[in-house]
Write a protein that binds this ligand. Structure first.
Ligand SMILES: NC(=O)c1ccc[n+]([C@@H]2O[C@H](COP(=O)([O-])OP(=O)(O)OC[C@H]3O[C@@H](n4cnc5c(N)ncnc54)[C@H](OP(=O)(O)O)[C@@H]3O)[C@@H](O)[C@H]2O)c1
Length: 315
């Protein structure tokens, strides 16, 4: 496993990292969740991403149980706030930052997180107040660094322009061969300001592994077949997308890579990307995925990917 510096922080994160959306404490319970998380560490994964809202605290609770036996400084832990935990507990006000952070720390069984992220921009709270709340969280020692997820360039710039407050070190965007929205503006802005990308759904929720064949039944034991995990997959499973992804099998074979490794190496070709945060329902998926760390894709492979996907890429 290779490691990269996260923006201007002193955090070094594994190129392949582990997330917990829809999986731990939700679609993947008990021993199955622990098996994935523990195997991640065996493979050199050192960065775990979660959020308070993932199954309303359920993911953080499972992670807290599984991580409790590990030395706290042996892994990098990130969580987030913004989405509603109750009808009134939501957003990025100073009060919510204090309250949600304490609740997350209790569930995660730790007294600090390495990275605290604004899960979305909060249009209902003045940005000055949010940045002051984040600054206080860092000063309290409960948070080492702060980040955002899915903010626009204008929102990022507005935060950078506020004097005397903590500076963001990370951006958590959706980014994959199929979803390239951050390339024209977010990446250059972040690169210029010491902010690294920690990428979500780099496998497009499993679609880029090639296991969803166009016109074929959804495979058993897949996210798309799961009652609790399939709710956000319509775009990724559109027939033209599956047909385009099927054209990547030959590209992966020529490069000597699995489909998942091709997709993850593609994301990691960007130096501003610190890591690809994957989900995993089985330990063996992580064996496959970590094979992407350190892989260099040739210009011919990159061109072949673009040719295969050209009709369906979202930019
Ligand atoms: N900031 C945000 O707004 C936001 C949004 C979404 C996610 N995230 C973060 O990003 C993380 C990753 O998101 P994601 O779970 O959508 O990522 P993903 O890596 O694109 O998809 C993960 C899913 O793909 C399947 N899979 C993974 N590796 C595979 C392999 N080698 N072969 C076959 N199937 C494989 C598994 O599902 P099945 O086995 O069930 O098919 C797995 O749960 C989340 O856990 C979360 O931490 C953040």
């Amino acid at each position: 496993m290779e490691y990269r510096q996260l923006g201007d922080s002193d955090l070094r994160v594994s190129e392949i990292s582990l997330g917990s959306w829809l999986t731990y404490g939700m679609g993947v319970e008990g021993d199955a969740a622990a098996a994935c998380i523990n195997h991640a560490f065996e493979l050199g994964i050192n960065f775990i991403d979660t959020a308070n809202v993932y199954n309303r605290g359920g993911a953080e609770t499972v992670l807290g149980e599984v991580l409790a036996s590990r030395a706290r400084d042996s892994y990098v832990l990130a969580t987030k706030l913004f989405f509603p935990m109750t009808a009134t507990d939501k957003g990025l006000s100073r009060k919510q930052i204090e309250k949600q952070l304490d609740d997350s720390l209790r569930r995660l069984r730790t007294d600090y997180v390495d990275l605290y992220q604004c899960h979305r921009y909060d249009p209902d709270t003045p940005l000055d107040e949010t940045m002051d709340g984040l600054t206080r969280a860092v000063e309290s020692g409960k948070v080492r660094y702060v980040g955002f997820s899915e903010w626009t360039p204008e929102q990022i710039q507005a935060a950078l322009d506020i004097p005397g407050v903590v500076r963001f070190v990370s951006s958590q965007p959706q980014y994959s061969m199929l979803w390239r929205v951050i390339e024209p503006a977010v990446i250059p802005l972040c690169e210029a300001n010491g902010i690294g990308q920690i990428v979500w759904s780099p496998l497009s929720q499993g679609v880029l592994t090639g296991k969803y064949q166009p016109g074929a039944p959804l495979p058993a034991d897949s996210r798309a077949r799961s009652d609790v995990m399939s709710g956000f997959m319509d775009t990724a499973l559109a027939p033209p997308v599956l047909e385009a992804v099927a054209r990547l099998h030959a590209v992966a074979a020529d490069a000597g890579l699995s489909m998942a490794q091709l997709a993850l190496a593609w994301v990691l070709r960007q130096q501003n990307v610190a890591c690809a945060i994957v989900g995993a329902t089985r330990p063996g998926q992580l064996d496959d995925n970590v094979g992407a760390s350190g892989v260099h894709l040739s210009d011919a492979t990159l061109q072949a990917i673009d040719t295969a996907l050209e009709d369906v890429v979202v930019r």
